[in-house]
Design a protein around this ligand. Structure first.
Ligand code: CTP
Ligand code: MG
Length: 233
């Protein structure tokens, strides 16, 4: 049984609104993508690291990440399609029961301790009958359901609510089948777990670190710089 890493990096970073997709912005002297790929390449448990790039990507081959021993695949218009493209590139090489870790290119602050927690949880997958696991953190803020006119309709009980992060790890064949099924049923999936849930699989939550942020908007890159320095103190 082997492990594979898929890094979807075909997004445009529209919410951040920089002059290039956020995975090509610089974090502590290297691109965000370089940090993310290097993290997985440094772990010998992964047989291969695959990165999904936009069809019109002009930046990868000129970036520091181009020197890394990864396999590139052409991604799609959605994150879902990008992950599916990478899974299809594994067909014929990956066994049904291999584990596939999917991790956002835009989360360069993942630490080995979080990855280790996922690996530890997977040891129980067979006996406890779950199909995979994801990192997540409990919701800390009070949640409001808001009407279109900006008024509060309800306060949502946050008990039992978690924010999904990545990595998200599943068996190769189960994930491939679930993502194809979601695509054909036009189910919108923003993470792999939602496709697995829709396919009827049980997915485990692993409590992750709050500093595994996804660079998404505004000051996130600046915050990421601070976290990066703090993690290495
Ligand atoms: N992603 C991808 N293919 C897409 C869209 C997103 O591979 N068609 C990747 C992004 O590159 C990112 C991860 O999925 O690493 C998480 O997506 P998100 O944070 O939404 O990134 P973007 O889609 O680039 O940003 P935005 O939604 O603000 O445009
Ligand atoms: Mg997006």
């Amino acid at each position: 049984m082997r492990c594979w890493a898929i890094i979807p990096a075909a997004g445009s970073g529209s919410r951040l609104g920089a002059d290039r997709p956020k995975q090509y912005l610089s974090l502590h002297g290297a691109t965000v993508l370089f940090h993310t790929l290097s993290f997985f390449l440094a772990d010998s448990r992964f047989s291969q690291v695959l990165v999904a790039l936009a069809a019109d990507d002009q930046l990868f081959r000129h970036s520091d990440a181009a020197a890394l021993p990864v396999q590139t695949v052409v991604g799609g218009d959605t994150r879902h399609a990008s992950v599916l493209a990478a899974l299809r590139a594994l067909q014929g090489r990956a066994e049904d029961h291999d584990w596939v870790f999917v991790h956002d290119a835009a989360r360069p602050l993942l630490l080995a301790s979080d990855l280790q927690q996922l690996f530890t949880t997977l040891k129980d997958a067979e006996t406890e009958n779950f199909a995979g696991a994801i990192l997540a953190v409990p919701v800390a803020d009070t949640l409001k359901r808001v009407a279109n006119d900006g008024t509060i309709e309800a306060t949502v009980d946050r008990q039992g609510l978690w924010r999904a992060m990545t990595p998200q790890v599943f068996r190769f064949q189960a994930l491939l089948t679930a993502l194809i099924s979601s695509e054909s049923r036009a189910i919108a999936v923003t993470d792999e777990a939602s496709a697995m849930e829709a396919a009827g699989h049980t997915v485990r939550i692993v409590r992750g670190r709050d500093d595994n942020i996804k660079i998404t908007q505004g000051q996130d890159l600046m915050i990421a710089e601070q976290i990066f320095a703090w993690q290495r103190q």
